[in-house]
Design a protein around this ligand. Structure first.
Ligand SMILES: C[S@@+](CC[C@H](N)C(=O)[O-])C[C@H]1O[C@@H](n2cnc3c(N)ncnc32)[C@H](O)[C@@H]1O
Length: 335
């Protein structure tokens, strides 16, 4: 029996199906407005290739379109419906190769107020490329309809060069780098409370552009031996930033610390499978425990694996029955 649209919506709501076999262009229409917190979509890229798990396998999908218009006709209705399904402070991530990003960028900018590209360096150099530049970058377009979508501070490992060269000072706690606690001329503070003088070891410090922290906070750091006073005459003090306490660097728009499946340890179940760590970063960045993540072109279900490991709910849709079976198997085996 075919359900009427209203009945289907109710059925989807109450059961919250995790795996749905079918065409997202149709299925998404049956879901309720503002019902998901985050969408990750990694559709075919329009790369003119047929992806199979290996040369002897049928498992995979064709990424062949006769024109950019035909490609637009696949992805734009999905983006349009996903936008409707997203909660106000939600985010949609559109994953595409750098070579093919032009069409999705136009679509995302048409439907969303804010689009920020994230550059994922998915592989190192390509030694087999002789007549063109090796392609190593995927772009993940982070789309939202508010200035400040839900955001959780996330960290990346420190750059090797910075880590090696910055933690050169040492005290009984360990190695530390120097963090600025006074403003430079271009940053000069207008806050009069930050223009104070400090006496320490018979020396007076009164930076002309002001301090970055209150006198009370500064005295607290000094009490805890977390301020570095240089011996050089006239030099300003710094905050000690200990290497062993560092969480890493606040996440940037260049993700060069996550390896592709080919370079990592995960086993490949589907030709264009993405690493779980990539999805974990996206999910941690923009959702909280209990939130709902939707992947309308789920492939092997990497989004579901990452969501479950992070205690989020998930909905995976794919039109390929093999893909849906792999999603179910992976969630069972990997979470
Ligand atoms: C690049 S793969 C996704 C890979 C996935 N991110 C992973 O980690 O395994 C794209 C998937 O989109 C599916 N697909 C393409 N058009 C679709 C549509 N209209 N509705 C649902 N799924 C679709 C394909 O079957 C394919 O599995």
């Amino acid at each position: 029996m075919k359900l009427s649209p209203t009945k289907t919506i109710v059925a989807l709501e109450t059961r919250m199906p995790k795996y749905i076999l079918g065409d997202s262009q149709e299925l998404l229409k049956e879901m309720q407005n503002e019902s998901v917190d985050c969408v990750y979509m990694d559709p075919p890229f329009n790369s003119d290739a047929k992806y199979r798990l290996n040369p002897d396998s049928e498992l995979g999908f064709d990424d062949v379109f006769s024109s950019n218009l035909e490609y637009t006709n696949l992805v734009e209705p999905i983006v349009h419906e996903c936008k409707r399904l997203l909660k106000k402070n939600g985010s949609l991530f559109f994953h595409i190769s750098a070579n093919e990003m032009a069409v999705p960028l136009v679509i995302c900018e048409k439907h969303f107020k804010k689009v920020q590209p994230i550059f994922w360096k998915r592989s190192r150099s390509k030694n087999n490329v002789k007549t063109k530049l090796g392609s190593t970058i995927d772009v993940i377009l982070w789309c939202s309809n508010v200035k400040k979508p839900k955001f959780n501070m996330t960290y990346q490992p420190l750059d090797e060069y910075y880590a090696k060269n910055s933690y050169k000072n040492k005290d009984s706690r360990g190695n530390y780098a120097l963090g600025h606690i006074v403003y430079t001329a271009t940053q000069r503070t207008k806050n009069k409370d930050r223009l104070y003088s400090l006496n320490h070891d018979d020396k007076a410090y009164e930076p002309e552009n002001g301090w970055r922290l209150s006198k009370q906070d500064l005295l607290g750091l000094i009490d805890d031996d977390r301020v570095h006073f240089p011996t050089k005459e006239g030099a300003n003090p710094y905050k000690k930033i200990y290497k062993h306490e560092s969480l890493g660097k606040p996440c940037t728009d260049l993700w060069d610390d996550i390896h592709s499946i080919a370079q990592g340890t995960e086993s490949r179940r589907y030709p264009t499978q993405k690493p779980v760590s990539l999805l974990k970063r996206i999910i941690k960045l923009t959702t909280d425990e209990g939130d709902v993540i939707l992947d309308p072109v789920a492939g092997s279900g990497t989004t579901g694996v990452a969501a479950k490991l992070l205690n989020r709910d998930f909905i995976l849709i794919d039109k390929n029955p093999d893909a849906i079976e792999i999603c179910k198997k992976r969630i069972k085996e990997e979470t």
